[in-house]
Write a new protein. Structure first.
Length: 255
């Protein structure tokens, strides 16, 4: 199903899910979550900081044009640039470290919660054909899509803060340029919103076909089934079905 509507309902749902994910990771490891948030904020403010550094340094030389510029005039700006460079180098490392630690902790937390919930379910739930996709998602590293969502949220917040900080700086330096660029922001936002939602829905609806691909691979490589597959000469058929599904994924990704 294609997505062509930018609705406030989707935005509210995204904000609700983002807040829920933040509370979950915070309750699991507050220190790593705080580090992840701080690294995102630092990375968002670095471009504006570099712009301030460059502007201040240029103003020092332009303001003293024809005169010797003293070290006391440029030293603060050099220290600012050095500090921003250090933050630019260390922030991605801190983000990667916190993300990996949170991934390990959330893998334990989410998997344990799923197993605890599974203990309380009736046998009929597992035999229900309508629940196969849900069970398949629960069995395929459930922490992976959750942390992918957290990473996307962090990236979105970083880009938003980066845009706001640069816009504020641009408004101070040249407000007219900001007014000229403002009308382009909404179409850009809508485009990326639709693209992200379409990717999510496409991946969500691929669950049954991905389960078939794993089934074909298990039949062709499984110790209990390989003898029967060879006896009935089913390998070409299963391989063709497997390749057709992967080619379908590839063609849809290229659209």
């Amino acid at each position: 199903m294609s997505v062509t509507i930018f609705s406030t309902t989707d935005l509210k749902k995204l904000l609700f899910n983002g807040w829920w994910a933040l509370k979950l990771v915070w309750s699991t490891n507050a220190i790593m979550t705080a580090g992840l948030v701080m690294s995102a904020v630092v990375r968002a403010l670095i471009p504006a900081g570099l712009a301030v550094f460059a502007r201040g340094l240029i103003n020092v030389f332009v303001g003293n044009f024809g005169f010797t510029v003293g070290l006391d005039a440029i030293l603060p700006w050099f220290l600012l640039g050095f500090g921003i460079t250090i933050l630019e180098a260390t922030a991605p490392l801190a983000q990667r470290f916190c993300t990996q630690r949170l991934h390990d902790d959330m893998n334990i937390r989410i998997t344990s919660d799923i197993l605890s919930h599974a203990e309380k379910l009736d046998l009929a739930f597992f035999e229900n054909a309508a629940k196969r996709d849900l069970l398949d998602r629960a069995q395929q590293s459930p922490a992976e899509p959750f942390m992918a969502f957290v990473a996307e949220c962090q990236s979105g917040v970083t880009n938003l803060l980066q845009t706001l900080s640069l816009a504020a700086l641009l408004a101070v330096v040249e407000p007219l340029v900001l007014l000229a660029l403002a009308p382009l922001a909404l179409p850009y936002l809508v485009f990326h919103w639709r693209l992200s939602k379409r990717r999510y829905q496409e991946e969500y609806h691929r669950t049954p076909r991905r389960r078939w691909t794993r089934y074909f691979v298990s039949l062709l490589t499984g110790r209990q089934s390989v003898a029967e597959i060879k006896l009935l000469d089913l390998s070409p058929y299963l391989r063709t079905m497997f390749e057709s599904l992967l080619k379908e994924f590839r063609e849809r990704d290229r659209r």
